[in-house]
Design a protein around this ligand. Structure first.
Ligand code: UD1
Ligand code: CA
Length: 460
């Protein structure tokens, strides 16, 4: 393929979203709409990508300036798609080759379809190639008018005659253009039409009148051109994206009990024979190993889970690592920078934060373990907490291999419990505990015989 330049239109108002947020930043299946489009475009290895912005331009630029290789052209006011593309001209001065035009709100378009568009365009040496589709309800779209089989022009729905409205082949709004004649021709587009706009599709008629070659490429799956104009369409498009990801995972050997309620982001990986129960969310760069069981209602974000892990119902795991054979939950909260060792057990109502649990360690019930390094085979009794925060600074707790922390203990950090040491239940530990020692810090129990009779029984 020759030198490719991509222009993405995103200046429109997005009125029907009724949102303070620019339309193309709304996420569908874990990624903003615009990122779905930019990812498809990247398959063309373009030498530049220009985003045409208008409404909420500052918000868009703030959100997107970190995307590599992206530059911005502003369109103010928005006078139509032909006018929008013209605004990219100053950024593309001196460039040659093929310009591919996309819309920021059309996230289902596949990279393969774009490659096919550009291949055909270049093989036929066309001045313009239009990506088309045959759809069951073409109302609202521009129609492809053919003469002798070849595309003659595109007529917008609002300008179309009853006969033209009967045409089922529509303009996807995606095109490849030879940059040579493009910008001079864009200036010839007029605005005397039903919407008083400069229509980019008018270029087809202008080129045909001049005897330039215009080609079409038809999509096999017309859903690829679905655009997002409302929250309802956002949900519909997201459902299609999710279904595609789920299909791919199931084909690779993952069981998804109820695909309609599996929310798995585009960059998530899952190993074979893992079972995903209903209502599970796997987000960001999460990687799940093979033979895991992820029960209902679990949410995992940017985390790595190794092979053979069981995550019981209603756990949240963020930016953490869980080693093979570990069991988590139900109702566990694993916060960022935690590391659960092999065969370790994190039980119900246990919260970890910046904490590592060694191989075979257990915290089975009702604990907060923050800023802690916990060794192998340590047993953390029910209700144990690390007091890691003194109101100003966070401090570390270290519990060495094989230690036993009795139930309802508080470990006031910084503090260290040595290898194999025992902490008696109900202790508040403020001093380091030597290896193999027993630490006990609680009021000594006194039993007062006959106390109730003397103090509580009514006098005769
Ligand atoms: C456009 C096409 C139509 C096609 C349809 C496919 C025109 C005139 N019509 O219609 O043939 O079937 O897409 O979805 O092009 N935009 C700007 N600046 C503007 C106007 C629009 O940046 O001044 C952007 C919008 O943000 C959007 C894209 O261009 O991303 C398409 O605009 P839209 O108004 O949705 O065009 P349609 O009427 O859908
Ligand atoms: Ca549209």
């Amino acid at each position: 393929m020759s030198d490719i330049h991509v222009v993405v239109l995103a200046a429109g108002k997005g009125t029907r979203m009724k949102s303070a947020r620019p339309k193309v930043l709304h996420p569908a299946a874990g990624l903003p709409l615009i990122d779905h489009v930019l990812r498809a475009a990247s398959a063309l290895s373009p030498s530049s990508i220009v985003l045409v912005v208008g409404h909420q331009a500052e918000q868009l630029k703030d959100a997107l300036h970190i995307r590599p290789g992206l530059s911005f052209a502003s369109q103010e006011p928005q006078l139509g798609t032909g006018h929008a593309l013209l605004q990219a001209e100053p950024l593309l001065r001196g460039a040659s080759g093929t310009l591919v035009l996309l819309s920021g709100d059309v996230p289902l378009l596949r990279a393969e379809s774009l490659v096919r568009l550009v291949r055909t365009h270049e093989e036929r040496r066309a001045a313009a190639t239009v990506l088309t589709a045959v759809v069951p309800s073409p109302a609202g779209y521009g129609r492809i008018v053919r003469e002798g089989g070849r595309i003659a022009r595109i007529v917008e729905h609002k300008d179309a005659s009853p006969d033209e409205r009967g045409i089922g082949e529509i303009n996807s709004g995606v095109y490849a253009f030879d940059m040579g004649p493009l910008f001079a021709a864009l200036r010839e587009i007029g605005s005397s039409n039903a919407q008083g706009e400069y229509y980019l599709p008018d270029l087809v008629r202008i080129y045909r009148d001049r005897g330039l070659t215009v080609e079409t490429v038809m999509l096999e799956d017309s859903r690829e051109i679905l655009g997002v104009n409302s929250r309802k369409e956002l949900a519909e498009v997201a459902a299609i994206l999710r279904a595609a990801k789920n299909d791919e995972l199931m084909a690779s050997g993952v069981t998804i009990v109820d695909p309609a309620t599996a929310y798995i982001g585009p960059d998530v990986t899952v190993g074979a024979d893992t079972v995903i129960h209903p209502g599970v969310h796997l987000e960001g760069r999460t990687q799940i190993g093979a033979r895991c069981e992820i029960h209902a209602g679990v949410r995992i974000v940017d985390s790595a889970v190794d092979d053979g892990v069981v995550i019981n119902n209603f756990c949240v795991i963020v930016q953490s690592h869980v080693s093979s054979g570990a069991r988590i939950g139900p109702f566990s909260h694993i916060r960022p920078q935690s590391d659960v060792g092999e065969d370790a057990h994190i039980g119900n109502f246990v919260e970890l934060k910046k904490t590592s649990m060694g191989k075979g360690a257990k915290a089975s019930h009702l604990s907060y373990l923050g800023d802690a390094t916990i060794g192998q085979k340590v047993n953390i009794g029910a209700g144990t907490i690390t007091c890691n925060y003194d109101g100003t600074t966070k401090h570390q707790t270290i519990i060495a291999d094989g230690a036993f922390i009795g139930s309802d203990s508080q470990l006031v950090a910084p503090v260290r419990v040595g290898e194999g040491a025992y902490v008696a239940a109900g202790s508040t530990i403020t001093e380091d505990v030597p290896a193999e020692a027993l630490a006990i810090s609680r009021g000594k129990q006194i039993n007062k015989d006959g106390w109730v009779a003397r103090n509580k029984k009514p006098k005769p």
